[in-house]
Design a protein around this ligand. Structure first.
Ligand SMILES: Nc1nc2c(ncn2[C@@H]2O[C@H](COP(=O)(O)OP(=O)(O)OP(=O)(O)O)[C@@H](O)[C@H]2O)c(=O)[nH]1
Ligand SMILES: [Mg+2]
Length: 377
């Protein structure tokens, strides 16, 4: 039986993790990590790690990322212990504050060292939170990407436009619920029986053991026509840029969680709709899980790598590459040659200069590495 850890880091991360629907008899360890004791007290997590108490006196960091990082390092042994032996780690953080933003990479580093499959669900701050929050979030995102695991960047604004009714509290709560629901669906794909199984080795293969940046969309539907409802929600979703983001995806994972009444037709409808929008050569992993608590409803989780904002360019690149490949073959050259690898790049004489970070992306890294574009040598 796979051992699963769900971790919330900082206030927002803890709220998201608390919204992961609990299942009867599940062996999932829920962990909350914060400098702020009051937030820990409010959480329903079974394991609560108060970090950096000597630094913050049990309060928040007041948006100080460095304090957040140092607090996590002060108590790194607790973090390491709490994740040891896990097979799958799903962590949530709201980037833009101090504790979560600083502590997330320490948590991810320790998670990576366990060898577990790790997903970090990281929301990005609203534009109105100001450039400082945005910059801190971008830096943290770039750091997180260097660690093992898949980092899912979820702009709060995008998600909010999908779930919100415009009121701040309801909107945040809506975002937390959707992310919590996605996390729950993802680990249930591994822990619950399904007819199209996505087990840990398959998931490992799907993620290729690489670290990467991805996006996530979640859809939930009940009653008649669930399959079509899910498709509409996934396609008419700002997280997939109304479906356009899928056209530039590097790899796709689609999981469907339903009850005993999950219909083959609904599963087929959803998988086909995603496949239709994905590049023809894009690897796609699909899985279903059956949970009695989901009778009469479906939750679908869609994870894809390559961000929506790169879609236009990526689609053009894909097109350009296929034209190039066609030309080469025409000239009678071998289509199969060695490829440039994605090894860490050398900054050379710029090694002491601050990297150029934009939207969490290190622009100094060669584009083909950043986007994982396979280039023929
Ligand atoms: N999705 C979601 N995001 C939130 C919520 N509350 C805050 N945020 C976002 O998460 C970011 C970090 O906020 P917090 O989690 O409160 O900050 P923290 O990590 O506890 O950091 P400090 O309190 O400064 O030590 C903010 O900049 C917001 O963008 C929430 O309930 N849900
Ligand atoms: Mg806080």
């Amino acid at each position: 039986m796979a051992r699963i850890c769900v971790i919330g880091i900082g206030d927002a991360g803890i709220k998201m993790a608390d919204r992961v629907p609990a299942g009867a008899g599940e062996d999932v360890v829920r962990i909350a990590i914060n400098t702020d004791r009051r937030s820990l007290e409010r959480s329903s997590a079974a394991v609560k790690l108060a970090i950096g108490s000597a630094r913050t006196g049990g309060l928040g960091t007041g948006g100080d990322v460095e304090t957040g990082r140092l607090a996590a390092e002060d108590d790194e042994h607790l973090i390491r212990e709490s994740v040891s032996g896990a097979d799958m780690i799903l962590a949530a953080v709201g980037l833009g504050g101090g504790c979560g933003t600083g502590a997330a990479s320490v948590v991810l580093r320790n998670a990576g060292e366990t060898g577990a499959i790790t997903f970090m669900f990281a929301t990005l701050p609203f534009p109105f939170e100001g450039p400082q929050a945005r910059e801190a979030a971008d830096h943290a995102l770039a750091e997180l990407q260097k660690q093992a695991g898949i980092v899912l960047a979820i702009p709060n604004e995008r998600m909010a436009s999908f779930v919100g009714d415009g009121k701040v509290a309801d909107t945040f709560d809506g975002v937390n619920r959707v992310i919590g629901s996605g996390i729950g669906a993802l680990y249930r794909l591994i822990t619950k029986p399904g007819y199209l199984n996505l087990d840990l080795p398959a998931l490992r293969k799907c993620l290729g053991g690489e670290s990467g940046l991805g996006s996530m969309a979640v859809a939930e539907a009940e009653g008649a026509g669930r399959g079509e409802q899910i498709v509409r929600q996934l396609v008419d979703n700002p997280m997939t840029d109304s479906g356009a983001a899928l056209t530039g995806a590097r790899s796709i994972l689609v999981g469907i969680l339903g009850g005993r009444d999950l219909a083959i037709q609904d599963v087929g409808t959803v998988f086909a709709a995603v496949k239709e929008r994905a590049p023809r050569d894009c690897p796609m992993w699909t899985g279903t899980a059956i949970d009695d608590d989901w009778n009469g409803r479906i939750t679908a989780v869609l994870i894809f790598t390559d961000r929506w904002k790169d879609v236009g360019e990526q689609a053009q690149l894909n097109h350009g590459r296929s034209l190039l490949a066609a030309k080469k073959t025409q000239r009678g050259q071998k289509a199969e040659q060695g490829r440039f690898s994605f090894e860490p790049f050398d900054r050379g004489r710029f090694k002491d200069v601050d990297p150029t970070i934009q939207d969490g992306i290190d622009l100094d890294e060669p584009t083909y590495c950043r986007r994982r574009i396979r280039i023929e040598k």
